[in-house]
Each structure stands twice: as C-alpha cells, then as structure tokens.
Design a protein around this ligand. Structure first.
Ligand SMILES: Nc1ncnc2c1ncn2[C@@H]1O[C@H](COP(=O)(O)OP(=O)(O)OP(=O)(O)O)[C@@H](O)[C@H]1O
Length: 619
C-alpha cells in the first residue's frame, strides 16, 4: 500500500515499477500508466541512462531570439492564457511553460523560487525538453503521444527530474500540425490537482483563437450539439476554401469522426448534405446523423483561386558568415585567450558580437568546456551579484536552501562571455576586478574564496572609454578587460553589401529556390541596416516565408521602409524633420523624467542603449 501522504509518482507503486523496469528489466504492468511505460520503453531503446543527468546546455541567446521570432504568432496568441495561468502559478510555487514544436522552451513564467529550482535541472528557456533528449517528461512525451499528459516525480525517466511534477498539452494548428506545447510544472511534493485540466482548457482557447488568423478567405462553420456552447472554445470549427475543407479544430474532428491528414479530401456536402447555411444559429444534421446547432460565417476577403500552398517552413539558420578580417580577429583572440588575456568585442547591436565570441570558444582549447553567456543589461541589478558570484546557503532571505554556484563558477574551465559589460553597476565592477586579479570567487555569505579558471570575452555596443571618462566605468577594470579589442563593423560599412545579401539569401534556402529580382537585391544592398545581421536576416526570412516556391521576389514585395520610393522620399524631404521630431520627443521625455535616462527610455518605449546612442548622435 502506498503511504497515505504519498504523491502520485513518488509513492511505492512507481518505485516498484522503476525497480522492476530499470533493475530487473521487466515491464511493470499496471504499476504506472500505459503512456509512461511506453515512454520509458522508448527512452531505454534509445540508450538513455536513467541514473545520469542529461546534457542540457541552453542554446545561445541569439538563437533563442530566432526561435521566438519564428514562434511569434503562437507566443502572441498564447499570451492571454499564459497570463491567466501565471497568477495561479506564481502563488502555487509552479511555472507556466511554452515550448515550440521541437520541444524547445520558449518562455517560462511563474514562481521565481520554483523557476530557480527548475533551472537546476535545466527546465529553463533555451533548453529542449524533447523526449529524445530529456527522457519521459510532460513536454516531450505529450508531443510523442500527441495528447495531454501529466508526469509526476519518479515517473520522469531521469532520476534528477523526480523533483518535478508536470502537466502538458500539445497545441495543434488548424491543419492538425504540432505548433507547440503548454506546460504547468511544480514541485513533485505538491500534488497538482487541477494542472492537467487547466492546461487542457488553456490549449483549447489558444487553438480556438488560431482560427482568427489567416482564414478571412474561408467559409467558416461553427457548431455544437448544445446551442449554449456555440461561440465558446468548445465549439467545433471548420474552414472551407471554396467547397474544400482546409482546417478543423479538435472539437470538430472529434464530433464528425474526421482525421486531419484526410481533411482536404472532404467537401462541404460530404459533411453536411442538406445544411442551410445561415449566420444565425440553425439546426443541422451531419452526414453521420448527429444533430447539431451551427452557424456559418461567409468569407471576408475573396476566395483563393489556387490551392493552398503548404505553410512555409521556417528558414534554416544560415550559420555565421565571417569575413576574412573577422576570421583573422577570431584566430588572434583564440591565441590571446590561451595565454589568459581577455578580449573586448565592440560593435553595434546585431553586429555579431555573441556569434564572434562563440566562434572563438569553438576554436579554442576550451571548446569542450562550457560557454557561459551573461547579458549584464538583461539581469536586474538586484540579481546580478548573486547570479554572477553565487551565494552560500542562507546568505539572504529568499536564497535557495543549498546556495547557488553562480555563473562565474559555471564557466569554470570554459569561456565566460559578459555581454553589455558597460551596463554592469560600479560596485559589481569592483568585485569582478577582484575576481580577475585573484582568479578566485567569493560567493555571497561565504568566507573562503574558491579558485576558478575561465577565459573572458566581454562585449559592448557603447564606447567604454567614454564611460570611463564620465566616471561610469572603472578605469582599472577597463584596462584589465580591454587589453585587446576587436571592432565588428556595422553592415553599412561593409564594402560588398550586395555580396553579403546574396550569400545570406542562398544560405537561408533549401530547395526549391526563390530568387531575388536584381532591383530587389539592389534595394536590400542599399539600405543601412541599423539592426545589422539580426535585422537583415529577419527581413530575408520574412521574404522567403511570403514567397511562392520557385518564384521571384520583386521590389514591391519588400516591406515599405525598403521600397525604392520610400527611401527616396525619406532622403529627400522627411529625414531631417523626422530627426527633429525624434530629438524633440527625447527632450520632452527627459524633461518629464527629471533627466533620468532610464525612465525617459521607458516612457519612449525604447531601450536605454538606443536612447544613449541617439543622445550621442544628437550631441
Ligand atoms: N557573421 C554573421 N553571419 C551570419 N549571421 C550572423 C552573423 N553575425 C550575427 N549573425 C546573426 O545576427 C543575429 C545577432 O547576432 P549576435 O547576437 O551575435 O549580435 P550581437 O552583436 O551580440 O547583438 P546584441 O548586441 O544585440 O546582443 C543572430 O541571429 C546571428 O545568428
């Protein structure tokens, strides 16, 4: 008998099941749910070892940003549900997670305390929780099983994951393809009574909302057996392009006994032989004989004349394109790091500073050790110290019971990349300097320095020398980290921008090829690209996603700011007045904020760095 306070997944049956399965090699029938057992079997067949800690390095921040960009619609549509679940999660020591179709965690919000614990087992943004890499877990197993699932404590395949209790449901797009997964995770010790139900309901809402996008040209049928539920997320929804069924939600698939792959073979009369289509709720009879109440919504825009193209696949990551100069800089940086000399990388946003640092790490003799990237501007000031230097058990209220190693120690043996170093508060600059001098770190609340060994690459888009002159950056730290600097040029200064556009365009594509018309390529090459590689790649990806396979991208397909006439008008007449307007807005915001630049930037909806740049430019 399980003990009365045993939680599912922690009690005796699952322990016995683990023993039988992992030690004796038998199937523990009846002791764990069938989907859990199936998942254990898949993991064992793949050679995963339950007692190990699975490798779980998060992907680079810029790659995560790219995943965010690709999942933009999903993230926007899921936001209301995530916000609703968030308030619940924050007060119940749990977190809400949105993962993309590969199982990669895009967003994680909720209880900070639990998020901290979860990150110890790599349950954090940028890490993939596919079943193949993380074993049995709610996110990955919901994908494989194609349905909602809860995985408690020791039901997780890997031992270290037994601290978790997770419930997840896959999010399907209107054509039945997997878009992502929504998950609620908390402590295994707390029995999550409603987690699976909450997640399921939230996913139902998200999937329902997906029909509000991209179906303007379709006839929409909405129905339910109960008239009162018409218009809710539980109604069945079908979308017809002409007479052909092109999309359906789960409720419709269930009610009418459909299957997604076969949708497009069905036509309106096959499903509703005699339905009178009206915008008002009307009684319908499905071909199966099921009585329903339904209403029809006519297309808002004209129907498409040609068959629906398959949704474009997200463009692949082209990998870095490094000029000969940058490659030579990287080779020099590798040699400097090898003898303990730090490197400072300078360049505008999106110019590839992190890409450069990763390349150097990859070519250094520390390549098989960690690369730890810390964005000093993104960490709240109150957290930088504890995140970087770590803390001992009980160092301050809210500290984790077992203390925290800190990012500097996580980089031990490898490369530490301190991005936006110019944003590090002065007091912490002093502590960092001491670490660099002593080659040891003293965690908060600890009295013994712990020796560490990492190679240091710092990056900044701000002129550190000017910050030193203004007293906002320590001169001694500046001399220490800026012994060798690499300047990554902005795209507008590259001599062969046309060649760069062409190379990136080709590298982004898999067959069938889409061409850039010469005038389009010329517009792309002529633009300044203030967001550098990030902005250029974003535009190229968008053009590819919109293009017809085998087609040619014309200047008219470009976003408005890139079209030839837009640039001309701007150059000729509007640019000066725009600059004046911008400067005026900045002055007004600064006045209103009493000269406080952070508050002014917040009021203007731009980040501090943009404001600083603008102020510098405007003198
Ligand atoms: N040389 C390159 N070739 C191809 N893509 C690149 C190159 N450099 C950067 N990118 C792409 O541009 C984006 C931004 O790169 P990265 O994050 O390294 O820039 P950054 O200078 O560190 O930007 P920020 O200062 O905003 O953090 C990424 O998507 C990256 O893959």
């Amino acid at each position: 008998m399980p003990s009365p306070c045993a939680t599912p997944g922690q009690g005796e049956p699952v322990q016995t099941a683990r023993r039988r399965f992992f030690e004796e090699g038998h199937a523990p029938d009846g002791l764990v749910a069938a989907p859990i057992l199936r998942s254990w079997q898949r993991c064992a067949e793949q050679g995963l070892e339950a007692a190990r800690r699975p490798p779980a390095e998060p992907i680079a921040t810029h790659h995560l940003r790219e995943h965010h960009d690709r999942a933009d619609l999903l993230r926007r549509l899921a936001r209301p549900e995530i916000e609703t679940l968030y308030s619940d999660a924050a007060s119940t020591e749990s977190v809400v997670i949105l993962a993309d179709a590969s199982g990669l965690i895009l967003d994680l919000v909720g209880s900070l305390d639990f998020a901290d614990r979860a990150s110890q087992v790599a349950l954090r943004p940028g890490v993939s929780w596919s079943e193949a890499s993380m074993g049995t877990n709610a996110i990955g197993t919901a994908f494989v099983e194609g349905r909602p699932i809860a995985v408690h404590g020791a039901e997780h395949f890997f031992e270290p994951h037994r601290i978790l209790s997770c419930a997840a449901a896959p999010i399907l797009d209107p054509r039945g393809a997997l878009l992502g997964v929504l998950d609620l995770s908390g402590h295994a010790a707390v029995r999550p009574l409603h987690a699976l139900g909450l997640v399921r309901l939230a996913v139902e809402q998200i999937e329902h909302r997906l029909f509000d996008h991209g179906f303007d040209h379709c006839l929409m049928l909405r129905f339910h057996t109960d008239a009162a539920l018409l218009g809710t997320a539980q109604e069945g929804v079908l979308a017809f392009d002409g007479e052909t069924l092109v999309a359906a939600n789960r409720a419709a698939v269930r009610a009418l006994g459909l299957d997604w792959p076969g949708l497009t073979r069905l036509r309106l009369p096959d499903l509703f032989p005699q339905a009178r289509l009206s915008a008002d709720p009307t009684g319908w009879q499905a071909a199966s004989g099921l009585a329903l109440v339904g209403r029809a919504v006519k297309p808002v825009t004209p129907q498409r004349s040609r068959p629906l193209a398959a949704p474009p696949k997200p463009a692949a990551d082209p990998g870095p394109l490094l000029s000969a100069d940058v490659q030579a800089d990287a080779a020099r940086a590798v040699r400097l790091l090898a003898v303990g000399i730090p490197v400072l990388v300078q360049g505008e946003t999106g110019a590839g500073k992190e890409v450069f640092a990763r390349r150097v790490h990859g070519e250094s003799d520390r390549a098989d050790r960690p690369f730890v990237a810390v964005n000093c501007a993104a960490l709240p000031e109150t957290l930088i110290e504890s995140e970087l230097f770590g803390y001992e058990e009980g160092a301050f209220t809210g500290a984790r019971r077992k203390g925290h190693r800190g990012l500097l120690r996580q980089a031990d043996g490898g490369v530490l990349f301190l991005d936006e170093i110019g944003d590090m508060p002065l007091v912490l600059q002093a502590r960092l300097l001491r670490v660099l001098q002593d080659r040891a770190v003293q965690p908060l609340g600890g009295d013994t320095p712990i020796p560490i060994d990492f190679a240091l690459i710092c990056a900044t888009h701000r002129p550190l020398a000017a910050l030193v002159a203004e007293g906002r950056f320590r001169q001694d730290l500046f001399f220490r980290i800026a012994q060798y600097t690499v300047d990554l040029p902005p795209l507008r200064r590259l001599p062969d921008r046309a060649g760069l556009v062409r190379d990136l365009w080709h590298r982004l594509q898999s067959a069938p090829r889409v061409e850039l018309a010469p005038e389009t390529a010329a517009c792309l090459a002529a633009y300044d690209w203030p967001g550098n590689y990030r902005q250029l790649l974003g535009v190229l990806r968008a053009l590819l996603a919109l293009a017809e396979p085998g087609g040619r991208v014309q200047p008219g397909d470009l976003p408005a700011f890139l079209r030839p006439n837009a640039a001309a008008t701007l150059d000729a007449a509007e640019a000066p007045s725009l600059a004046t307007i911008t400067d005026g807005a900045i002055r007004a915001a600064l006045d209103a904020a009493g000269g406080n630049r952070s508050r002014a930037a917040q009021a203007l909806g731009i980040d501090r760095s943009t404001l600083y740049r603008r102020l510098r430019r405007g003198g």
